[in-house]
Design a protein around this ligand. Sequence first.
Ligand code: SF4
Length: 299
Amino acid sequence: MNQTLPNPLSACALCPRKCGIDRTKGQVGVCGMTDTLRVARIAPHMWEEPPISGSRGSGTVFFSGCSLRCIFCQNRVISREGLGKPYTAEELTRAILDLCDKGVHNINFVTPTHYTSLLVPILEKIKPTLGIPVVWNCGGYESVETLRMLEGLVDIYLPDFKYFSSDLARDYSSAPDYPTVATEALLEMYRQTGKYDEDHGLAIKGVIVRHLVLPACRADSMNVLRHIASILPVRNIRVSVMRQYTPDFAADAPYKNLRRRVTDFEYTSVLEEADRLGIIGFSQGKDAATKAYTPDFEG
Ligand code: SF4
């Protein structure tokens, strides 16, 4: 007897917010999205880490909506305001294959968590003949059960690890459980992909953790790095320490600390701690802290 499995979107618990609402009936939870796939941008992207962007670009698919909704988000027009176009699964599959035809080095799903159950069938269909890695580029606030749906379909996880302090996670992302949740998620990602690996300078599998240094959060950034080094063999992953924070997107945030850029001292001292811990990875120049690093979603 065939039994129909319940649609995960009908009582949504795809992310740790566990809203429990019925997205198939048009209801929206924290991520702001129903069961219709919405995409803000599909294009080769040159501003990811060098082994992801390579010379021909990463094939990015920027999804609308976000379950984390950080108050300083630089992609807020798509993450909070929902800018984007609806796509059917067939249309998105076609668009991804068209992107592959442009010669991109990978397919890079950006902020895809709240669409996981809709993306799994697409990946199952295209993965056997794709020929390039699939990147899951997410905020790190992921449930292990949802990540398990992706086992064998994702080659490279590119999660953030934003905060060590749950107070910061509460203030900036309304997610005091972020440090615990992101820890479990990172361990699951590493379990799935194993050791990071490259071929001719391009990432082919593994985990690249991103950490954005925030103003006045130097100590927390160092704690994030120490924590990562305490739970994973750091030489088997890559860590990207980012300084592209810009206050342009937090003008109305109620926290004074967010109204300035990161100083040289703050960023350099975090990089020194990364070195001390034996972390291998990527850093950014000072010129990264501009609006120019934000893709033009309206263009
Ligand atoms: S994916 Fe969206 S609706 Fe589902 S639990 Fe997360 S925030 Fe709520």
